[in-house]
Design a protein around this ligand. Structure first.
Ligand SMILES: [Zn+2]
Length: 162
């Protein structure tokens, strides 16, 4: 399927949106992710992935949606959100990519969750359990960020990020 739109056109339109959107709107429409996805999809299309070829049309539609939505500041509807998830899932599952900073956010969440557990274990039987939970959570978050950042740096080095 050929959308009739070139990747150069798509990248130009995305770059224009990046310039036009303020920080909040950029986050709302996940424009950085869309920019990185476009780069990856072009690579995989060149490597003959038919799904990335088809997804180009979805991406074009999404970019058009952002151009409309930014006028009113509206949010994505469920279909637009699903379009992003569908495209990122394809890049993750078929092309073995991870989202930028994926490991940091994952390990930090794990560290915080298990950190509370460590605090509970360390603080078992003492009066001031809340303080131990606080220490454990901080410890877990710190270790989680360190481990996650290392894994993210590795992913970037190996060219595995969206
Ligand atoms: Zn693909």
């Amino acid at each position: 399927m050929d959308s009739g739109v070139s990747w150069a056109d798509i990248n130009n339109q995305v770059d224009r949106l990046v310039e036009q959107l303020d920080k909040k709107a950029a986050r709302r429409y996940r424009i950085d992710l869309i920019k990185r996805m476009a780069i990856r999809m072009e690579e995989f299309e060149l490597a003959n992935c038919e799904i990335c070829v088809s997804n180009q049309l979805i991406l074009v539609g999404l970019i058009g949606s952002i151009q409309q939505l930014k006028e009113t500041g509206g949010k994505y509807d469920s279909v637009q959100r699903k379009a992003i998830v569908t495209m990122t899932e394809h890049l993750k599952n078929e092309h073995k990519l991870v989202e930028k900073d994926f490991y940091t956010s994952q390990y930090m969440a794990i560290g915080i969750a298990l950190g509370a557990g460590i605090g509970v274990a360390l603080g078992a039987g003492v009066d001031n359990l809340a303080a131990f939970i606080g220490v454990g959570t901080a410890l877990g978050a710190g270790v989680g960020v360190a481990v996650g950042a290392g894994a993210d740096a590795k992913a970037v080095k190996e060219g595995r990020t969206i």
